[in-house]
Design a protein around this ligand. Structure first.
Ligand SMILES: Cc1cc2nc3c(=O)[nH]c(=O)nc-3n(C[C@H](O)[C@H](O)[C@H](O)COP(=O)(O)O)c2cc1C
Length: 212
C-alpha cells in the first residue's frame, strides 16, 4: 500500500518523456524502459510508480488491482511489489503463479505490459530485507487485525504507524517477485502507433515489431 508519505525521488525527472520506438533499436528501447522502471521504484511521483497486477483466481477469472512498484532488476529480470500474505492476490499466486503487469503513462502515451511468473517471499531474507527498508507507515498496513477483503461491520480505523523496531506486521508481510522474459511496449503517436515485444532473454535483446 502507499504510505502517504513522500518517498525519496530519483535523480531522473519524474515525468516520463514520450518515446519514438522507430528512432531506436531494441537495446536502446530496453535501456530506456529499464532505467525508467528503476527510477519509478524509488519515486512516488514517477509515472510508473503504480502498476496493475492481474492474477487468475480459483475459477479461472482474471482479477487486477493497483500496487506500488518496489523494485525493478534488469539483471534478474524481475519486478517486485509488497503485499499482505493474507490477501486474495497472494492466494491466487500460490495457486497459479502467472501474472500480468501493466503500466500506462498518459503524458508519454506509453503502455508497458509484462507477462511474468510470481513467487511469494515471506519470512525469508528477501522479506526481512524489504521489511527493514520500508517506512513505518507502510508497515502499519500489515498490522491490520483483519485480512484484506474480510467483510466488516463498519469502516476500520487506520492502523497507527508502528514504532521503529516493532515487527508486529512482519508475520503478514510478503515480497512478490515477478520474473519475466519479455516486455511489450505500445507508444501512441499521431503519425502512427508503435508496438513492439522485446525479448530480454538474449544479449543483446531483440524485438518483434507488432501491429498496434
Ligand atoms: C494507489 C494504490 C496503491 C496500492 N498499493 C498496494 C500495494 O503495494 N500492495 C498491495 O497489496 N495492495 C496495494 N493496494 C491495494 C490493492 O489495490 C488491493 O485493493 C488490495 O491489495 C487487495 O487486493 P486483493 O484482494 O486482490 O489481494 C493499492 C491500492 C491503491 C489504490
Amino acid at each position: 500500500m502507499p504510505s502517504g508519505r513522500s518517498e525519496p525521488s530519483a535523480h531522473q525527472a519524474d515525468s516520463e518523456p514520450a518515446i519514438e520506438l522507430s528512432a531506436l533499436d531494441a537495446a536502446a528501447a530496453w535501456r530506456r524502459i529499464a532505467d525508467s522502471l528503476v527510477a519509478a521504484a524509488v519515486s512516488s511521483r514517477h509515472a510508473f510508480h503504480l502498476l496493475s497486477v492481474a492474477t487468475v483466481d480459483a475459477d479461472g477469472a482474471a482479477e487486477s488491482r493497483t500496487v506500488v512498484l518496489r523494485g525493478f532488476d534488469e539483471a534478474t529480470r524481475e519486478v517486485r511489489f509488497h503485499t499482505d500474505l493474507r490477501s486474495g492476490k497472494a492466494a491466487a499466486i500460490r495457486r497459479d503463479a502467472r501474472v500480468g503487469l501493466h503500466w500506462y503513462a498518459p503524458e508519454a502515451r506509453l503502455q508497458i505490459r509484462i507477462p511474468a511468473t510470481a513467487s511469494l517471499h515471506h519470512a525469508d531474507d528477501i522479506a526481512l530485507h524489504a521489511w527493514r527498508a520500508s517506512q513505518p507507515m507502510s508497515r502499519a498496513c500489515y498490522t491490520a487485525a483483519h485480512a484484506p477483503g474480510a467483510p466488516l461491520a463498519s469502516f476500520p480505523v487506520a492502523p497507527s504507524a508502528p514504532a521503529a523496531g516493532d515487527d508486529t506486521g512482519l508475520a503478514n508481510f510478503c515480497v512478490v517477485r515477478c520474473r519475466f522474459e519479455s516486455v511489450e511496449l505500445l507508444a501512441l503517436h499521431a503519425t502512427g502507433h508503435e508496438r513492439v515485444r522485446i525479448d530480454v532473454t538474449s544479449n543483446p535483446v531483440t524485438w518483434t515489431i507488432l501491429a498496434p
